[in-house]
Design a protein around this ligand. Structure first.
Ligand code: RUB
Length: 373
């Protein structure tokens, strides 16, 4: 995406690699400062995924691919057996960072697959190439999602989104924000309701910033205000991204997505999920099988921002010692979802059949039967 930093326009990706160094926009600092951070080996990259220097299903998938590329370079001089042992250990380190988004696991597996043939130097080349393919394919997918999704948007639409499923979450044009960007670029009058997305504020800090950068009209609202605007007829459609989509269409996305979907259903507002095949996991039959990350409760009891001097500060909102829970994602059952905006176009019911034909993995056993929506 194009960003203006200190008055200067720059074209940046959320994550990229320069030789053995992975570079990321430090999303913990947005919107108050725009900084690029260097991760010098795969362990540092794993750390950056875990603490959410980069975040969003697509970006952590790309980061994991680049982490594997770093590991391959780190072990390039070892004999084959030791090289593979090092690579498998790196794969486990990267998988251990965040459990919910499908992209991370698929990226690691693709890189491991690329190491199945040839001598070590061939394997290293294969992994480096695969990590770049993941990034390039993701960018292309978001462009296709943008075009497919823009067809759902009419001039004057007010669209609600949750969390950040933009260019920083998914590289390229993003997922949920891609159709909105496209509609805006086609000259349509679109307006976005941005849920703040407590506890980490990805809507307030990142989505609002991305929309501001592109001049797309929006208003930031408290998470618990979405139902109010839906009930008053001020929301024409909801578009969200996804972290993992099960075979039956049940969708894990940022905590709070489920209640927005229920509100949309009650108010007869179309609810669409924008996501590429990398986020669809046909091995996971239903939403009940998706592992939900639970994060540090201090993210709930505390808030982060700038103080009056403009310094980054954490403040405690709840009383010291307050008991809190912090699930990072929830699952929206497929019945609340009108359809999926994918790189292969719009996917409507029956989801299972459509997913199977569009994104079917040759490795699935022939007797594999889905649970049904
Ligand atoms: C990110 C999140 C985003 C999805 C979809 O959670 O829930 O809505 O990843 O984004 P977190 P995309 O900030 O905890 O990583 O599909 O565009 O990556």
């Amino acid at each position: 995406m194009k960003v203006k930093v200190d008055g200067e326009e720059r074209d940046v990706l959320a994550v990229w690699r320069e030789r053995g160094v992975v570079k990321m926009v430090d999303q913990r600092k947005l919107p108050h400062s725009f900084e690029i951070i260097d991760l010098n080996d795969h362990k540092e990259t794993a750390w950056a995924i875990k603490v959410m220097v980069t975040r969003g299903a697509g970006s952590i998938g790309c980061a994991a691919g680049f982490g594997m590329a770093q590991a391959a370079l780190e072990a390039a001089d070892l004999p084959d057996e030791e090289f593979m042992a090092y690579l498998n250990e790196a794969a486990d380190t990267l998988r251990d960072t965040r459990p919910t988004a499908a992209n991370l696991f698929k990226a690691v597996d693709k890189c491991l697959k690329a190491s199945e043939w040839g001598k070590v130097s061939v394997k290293v080349e294969g992994i480096l190439r695969e990590a770049e393919y993941i990034l390039k394919d993701d960018i292309k997918a978001t462009e296709a999602i943008a075009k497919a999704g823009a067809k759902l948007i009419k001039d004057g639409f007010k669209i609600l989104t949750h969390c950040n499923a933009g260019a920083l979450a998914y590289i390229g044009m993003g997922t949920a924000l891609a159709p909105i960007r496209q509609a805006h670029r086609e000259g349509m009058d679109v307006f976005v309701w941005v849920n703040e997305t407590r506890p980490r504020g990805q809507g307030a800090r990142i989505t609002a910033w991305e929309l501001e950068q592109e001049g797309i009209p929006y208003a930031l609202i408290a998470d618990n205000a979405a139902g109010y605007f839906m009930q008053r007829g001020e929301v024409d459609m909801v578009i969200v991204g996804a972290d993992r989509i099960a075979a039956n269409g049940d969708t894990a996305n940022k905590i709070g997505t489920y209640e927005k979907a229920v509100g949309a259903f009650e108010n007869k507002i179309p609810f669409w999920v924008a996501a590429p095949g990398m986020t669809i996991d046909l091995q996971t039959k239903t939403g009940g099988d998706i592992e939900i990350e639970e994060r540090d409760p201090r993210e709930v009891t505390e808030m982060w921002g700038l103080n009056e001097e403009g310094e980054p500060t954490t403040i405690r909102v709840a009383a010291e010692g307050t008991n809190a829970r912090n699930p990072a994602f929830d699952v929206t059952p497929a019945k609340f979802i009108n359809g999926f905006i994918t790189e292969h176009g719009l996917v409507e019911r029956p989801f299972i059949e459509a997913f199977y034909w569009l994104f079917g993995q040759p490795g699935l056993p022939p007797s594999f039967k889905y649970a049904g929506t």
